[in-house]
Design a protein around this ligand. Structure first.
Ligand SMILES: [Zn+2]
Length: 179
């Protein structure tokens, strides 16, 4: 990755991440919710392996070597969590893996502490926040959430509709200023 590219990513705003996720959904023909991130990985030629990790805190990883991209997801995690992990790793793929490299994610990266991008966070943490923003935008596309919310009106129903946990749907609803 060149310095210029790194710099661009470092300063990527939530809006830009949202736009990128929406572009990806359009480009790869994922038009209806619930979005299946495994289908997207498939269309990208990325095979998602269910893996047994020796460290229980690990949730997933993605590695790019030459033309080959491999993704591992913790087989022991519940389906909601796996979907979010896969979407998060795809965030690294689209936003951060312009060249060979890898991201190894534990629970802290994905499920604890979130908040907005601030100037105080480390570049590593910023990339994790961006991958989480991408995952949320991918699984809960803004347009679809805006469209469904007036009809559904309940976090529980929305979570079911988008096949995500109520916790992440709650955050998304707040983030989009709907409740
Ligand atoms: Zn990550």
């Amino acid at each position: 990755m060149t310095t210029a590219a790194t710099d661009t990513v470092a300063h990527m705003s939530r809006e830009e991440v949202e736009r990128r996720a929406a572009e990806v959904l359009r480009e790869y023909g994922l038009e209806t919710v619930p979005i299946d991130p495994v289908v997207l990985a498939d269309r990208l030629g990325i095979f998602v392996h269910n893996a047994k990790f020796s460290d229980d805190n690990l949730v997933g990883m993605i590695a790019k070597r030459g033309g080959t991209v491999t993704m591992l997801v913790n087989a022991a995690d519940p389906p909601f969590r796996k979907r979010f992990t896969i979407a998060h790793e795809l965030g690294h793929y689209f936003l951060h893996l312009q060249e060979d490299g890898d991201y190894v994610d534990n629970e802290v990266n994905l499920f604890r502490g979130s908040g907005d991008e601030t100037t105080e966070v480390t570049p590593e943490r910023r990339r994790e926040i961006q991958a989480n923003m991408f995952a949320a935008a991918l699984l809960m596309p803004e347009d679809a959430v805006q469209q469904e919310w007036p009809r559904v009106r309940k976090i529980q129903g929305m979570a079911r509709r988008f096949n995500v946990s109520e916790a992440v749907m709650g955050i998304r609803i707040t983030q989009l200023g709907l409740a």
